[in-house]
Design a protein around this ligand. Structure first.
Ligand SMILES: [Zn+2]
Length: 477
């Protein structure tokens, strides 16, 4: 019987560049023996010392995996096609010869890696072949992309749609003063390729959505989640589970951080840990609650480390473990994570089989925000000029925010103290509440109205809008 054997690209070096070889034989095993007899260089890649096929090589007779037939004893017929399919590790064939070579300058650049037996030349070539996607070029994305670039990861994709803002630079160290106002992608790309010109940066200038997530993530081996919001975090988790990709997770808030590796094939996913997000507004964001500048450096570096270990296949990964870090106490704790058999996406009977509407899932837009009459800064300025002290301007932020900047003539009652200090306010006065950007002042308005105060309004855009449009000399944060 003559059978056509198709040769995958990485192995064509051993068949003189030929895509297919026609061979005679009665069984799959005989055809393969014939192939190895005529192209000896293939032997090392296809079979083990004992002559059995390597376990990362699959053979298909026409369209059926021979493991579902009689393996190498499967008889062949005239005109059959036998296809060699090497397993794809990280989007690339797991055949050593396919790993990219290192140039002399790369050998020098990575010499401190090459001296480590756990990395060595082969590990460095794996890093060069790797394709890593980082979601976000912010607090976590900065250190992790810098370390991945420096370590020699060949391709880094970045998803971001923001521009570099002055308030970012306290922690987002991939950006600089010279790139203020530039897109974060452009800024990060310039810095990362300056650090390592061998690096390929792939920019995805958009918000990650249910519509584009699968197409973007599919092209990468590993995803590193540097997002700061729940809808994107669940979206990244679900897309990674559906595409069978490891998801290197990190999160930060104030002085605390978390890190893990979610990989449904080998352990739990993010939903096994938190099947549902907290209700909106319960957990403040870093923009509202603040974050210590160096904290994302620590958590982002852990994410970079875990990513590199996954690429190298070395060490014990954080799969199935959650690391908690307390910066003030300088303490790491570790929790064991279990895969939840009832997990809605990676459990035994998954109910989520495609990406959903994550904004709705996280309750965003479902509950009406605090409603109440607002006043714009221009109107407030005019009223203050006309009415003076008869208009009570109530600042409901924290004292440390008041110290940064406040509106002249205002009085400070932090939101948390407001319910207990209502007695200090005149129930008949006209009150305008304000905060940083207009969200806490709405809550204050609701508290005051609930307590019977009739003439309360909230300053739209808060002290930030005031600084932007009325008092340009005022400090902003
Ligand atoms: Zn799960």
């Amino acid at each position: 019987m003559s059978v056509t054997v198709t040769i995958p690209t990485p192995l064509r070096n051993f068949t003189g560049g030929r895509e297919a070889v026609v061979l005679a034989g009665e069984t799959v095993g005989e055809v393969i023996d014939g192939l190895l007899a005529t192209h000896g260089g293939l032997k090392r890649h296809l079979v083990q010392d004992d002559g059995r096929l390597r376990n990362f090589v699959n053979l298909y007779l026409n369209d059926t995996d021979i493991r579902h037939l009689d393996s190498t004893d499967t008889p062949v017929r005239e005109g059959d096609v036998l296809t060699i399919v090497p397993s794809i590790a990280g989007g690339r064939p797991a055949v050593e010869t396919e790993l990219p070579k290192l140039s002399h300058s790369e050998v020098l650049r990575y010499s401190r890696h090459l001296l480590l037996p756990e990395v060595g030349v082969e590990g460095q070539r794996k890093l060069k072949a790797a394709r890593v996607l980082t979601i976000g070029a912010g607090g976590l994305g900065s250190p992790l992309s810098l370390y991945l670039a420096a370590a020699g990861v060949g391709t880094i994709g970045i998803v971001d749609f923001d521009v570099v803002d002055l308030t970012n630079l306290q922690r987002q160290i991939v950006h600089g003063t010279s790139t203020l106002g530039h897109s974060k992608l452009e800024s990060a790309k310039a810095r990362l390729t300056d650090l390592n010109p061998n690096l390929e940066v792939e920019s995805h200038e958009s918000r990650l959505t249910s519509e584009n997530a699968l197409d973007i993530i599919r092209e990468y081996d590993i995803v590193v989640d540097g997002t700061d919001n729940f809808p994107t975090r669940y979206l990244v988790n679900d897309a990674c589970v559906l595409l069978d990709k490891p998801n290197v997770y990190g999160s930060i808030f104030r002085f605390e951080g978390q890190a893990s590796v979610f990989y449904a094939r080998e352990g739990p996913c993010y939903r096994c840990l938190y099947s549902e997000p907290p209700p909106p507004g319960l957990v403040p964001s870093c923009a509202e609650g603040g974050v210590l500048g160096v904290l994302p450096g620590i958590i982002g570096s852990i994410q970079a480390l875990e990513t590199i270990k996954l690429i190298l296949g070395e060490g014990d990964s954080l799969i199935g473990r959650l690391v908690l870090f307390d910066a003030l106490k300088l303490r790491f704790r570790e929790l064991k994570l279990r895969k939840d058999p009832d997990c809605p996406i990676c459990g035994e009977n998954p109910t989520i089989k495609e990406l959903i509407d994550y904004e709705a899932f996280c309750g965003i837009g479902a509950e009406p925000a605090y409603q109440g009459p607002e006043v714009v800064v221009e109107q407030l300025k005019q009223e203050l000029d006309e009415k003076g002290d008869s208009l009570v301007l109530l600042d409901v932020r924290e004292p440390h925010e008041w110290e940064i900047a406040h509106i002249e003539g205002a009085r400070l009652v932090p939101l948390g103290q407001l319910p207990d200090r209502l007695g200090e306010l005149d129930g008949h006065a006209e009150i305008v509440t304000y905060c940083h950007k207009g969200s806490r002042s709405m809550k204050a308005l609701e508290i005051l109205r609930g307590a019977g105060f009739g003439k309360v309004r909230s300053l739209a855009g808060g002290v930030d809008a005031w600084a932007g449009r009325i008092e340009p000399g005022m400090a902003r944060y």
